[in-house]
Design a protein around this ligand. Structure first.
Ligand code: P5A
Length: 451
């Protein structure tokens, strides 16, 4: 993309309404524009990051055998009357009437709708286990929408639903989700710690939240510092195996880690004092096992091996895709702007032409642009007729992890400059070496899906 032809409405001023750094930076970098309280338009740069996250979620879901689909945002109220949640959900649910006077709602989650799909089409234990998921906009009429996309009213969520014959199988589905989420967040450049939590209106006994540590997080968290040394890395896990998934779950959940809702001072005191940490965290996902709560209420049964009809065991599993954009920025920025992790960056590298209009500099930039594009990577070429300082400030603000600076002086010696946004270190090298370096840097971050 050439910046002169892109739509990147960066703001010079710091927006006064934004209280936290991710919200400020998303507005300043031209990623979002507020449309109403807790409702945002995703401008091209923000949309690109959202798509990257969505693609990572899809890839990691499909890796473990979960099946993508799409349910609508609007739901008939009657389904929610069946589960009893139409009244229970309260003011957070946005209720709508259509022209026939029928009650609809903008879905805050999809347990009822998926249970209805299941009961309409699945009748035998032989069709289990089954995991269906979608990534769809949700609406919760939050009392205090704030912090930009972090606590929106309209937000983008991956929600997956598991159907199993037995509790044991359902707990395996729970464990498999926990393991696959560890990998998902790491690909986004995040450490998200699974913590024992409270199930709230979704229901059920078993639930973990995934929290990214950040000063501006809305939850208070208590944990054993040893947890932050754990890495999922590129280990191969047999996701079908109950034992393999349980082993990873135990590794990542055996140390003390709880949100304020479930915090237990006495248990926490058993952690050696030097390792006890109290901090704040952003909830970027939550998984639930709720047994037969919805299948009992809505008659979602299958015929078991003995011919008897039994309610299925269910769980649901969510990732806050739009919130993650903010969470990543909270975890990765400096005073000049965003620093995107390579796995989610909207463009892979910026090209800055120090002397636009200089035949040699222009040609070198064009060649770099073509070379990077030929790798299947996505460069952003600042081809505007602007002073270098302004170009650098824009690149730093929007946070591309790598920048190639091209100027007549370097070109005389056959070199350009490759700069790492995170460390600020620069190296001079011939343009073809810079392209080769980018190929190497991004090799571990190539997804299967386009974006
Ligand atoms: C699990 C999937 C559920 O709704 N039902 C289907 C279950 N869980 S949850 O914890 O309530 O939400 C899942 C994730 O969505 C994000 N989230 C939000 N993001 C932005 N703004 C909001 N108002 C908001 N509410 C929830 C969180 O990341 C949460 O973990």
């Amino acid at each position: 993309m050439r910046l002169s032809r892109y739509f990147l409405p960066v703001l010079k001023e710091t927006p006064a309404e934004a209280q936290i750094v991710s919200h400020r930076l998303m507005l300043r970098a031209g990623m979002i524009k507020q449309a109403g309280a807790g409702i945002y338009s995703w401008l091209p740069l923000g949309f690109k990051v959202l798509r990257k996250l969505e693609n990572i979620v899809h890839e990691e879901q499909m890796r473990v055998g979960h099946i993508p689909m799409l349910m609508p945002t609007l739901q008939p109220a009657d389904l929610w009357r069946e589960s009893g949640r139409y009244d229970d959900y309260g003011e957070e649910m946005l209720r709508i009437k259509d022209r026939q006077g029928r009650d609809l709602l903008y879905g805050p989650t999809n347990e009822e709708m998926i249970t209805d799909i299941f009961r309409s089409h699945v009748g035998s234990y032989k069709d289990l286990p089954l995991t269906l998921y979608h990534i769809q906009w949700k609406f919760r009429d939050e009392m205090r929408p704030r912090f930009g996309v972090m606590r929106g009213r309209e937000f983008y969520m991956k929600d997956g639903y598991t159907f199993d014959l037995t509790q044991e199988d359902a707990l395996h589905a729970y464990n498999r989700h926990l393991v696959s989420y560890l990998r998902t967040y790491e690909r986004m450049g995040l450490q998200a710690i699974p913590m024992r939590a409270d199930s709230g209106p979704i229901g059920g006994d078993d639930t973990h939240e995934f929290l990214v540590l950040a000063e501006t997080g809305e939850s208070e968290v208590f944990y054993d510092a040893q947890i932050t040394d754990l890495k999922f890395g590129d280990r191969e896990v047999d996701y079908e195996s109950h034992e393999a998934c349980r082993a990873v779950l135990e590794e990542f959940t055996s140390r003390y880690a709880r949100t304020d809702e479930t915090h237990d001072e006495a248990l926490f005191a058993e952690v050696p004092e030097a390792r006890r940490r109290t901090a704040r965290g952003i909830e970027v996902g939550q998984i639930f096992y709720f047994g037969t709560k919805y299948s009992d209420a809505m008659g979602a049964t299958v015929q078991g091996p003995d011919g008897k009809s039994v309610p299925v065991h269910m769980g649901s599993h969510g990732i806050g895709v739009s919130r993650l954009v903010g969470a990543i920025i909270e975890a990765s920025h400096d005073e000049r702007g965003i620093i995107w992790p390579e796995g989610v960056t909207p463009f892979h590298a910026g090209i800055v032409n120090l002397k636009q209009g200089d035949a040699e500099a222009d040609a070198a930039c064009e060649a770099l642009y073509a070379g990077i594009t030929a790798l299947g990577l996505d460069p952003l070429y600042d081809d505007r007729d602007e002073r270098a300082g302004g170009k650098f400030a824009t690149m730093d603000l929007i946070g591309l992890p790598w920048r190639i600076t091209v100027g007549p002086r370097g070109l005389k010696n056959g070199v350009v400059e490759l700069t790492c946004r995170r460390t600020g270190t620069s190296e001079e090298m011939p343009p073809e070496d810079a392209i080769a370096r980018l190929a190497k840097i991004y090799a571990p971050h190539r997804g299967v899906l386009v974006g």
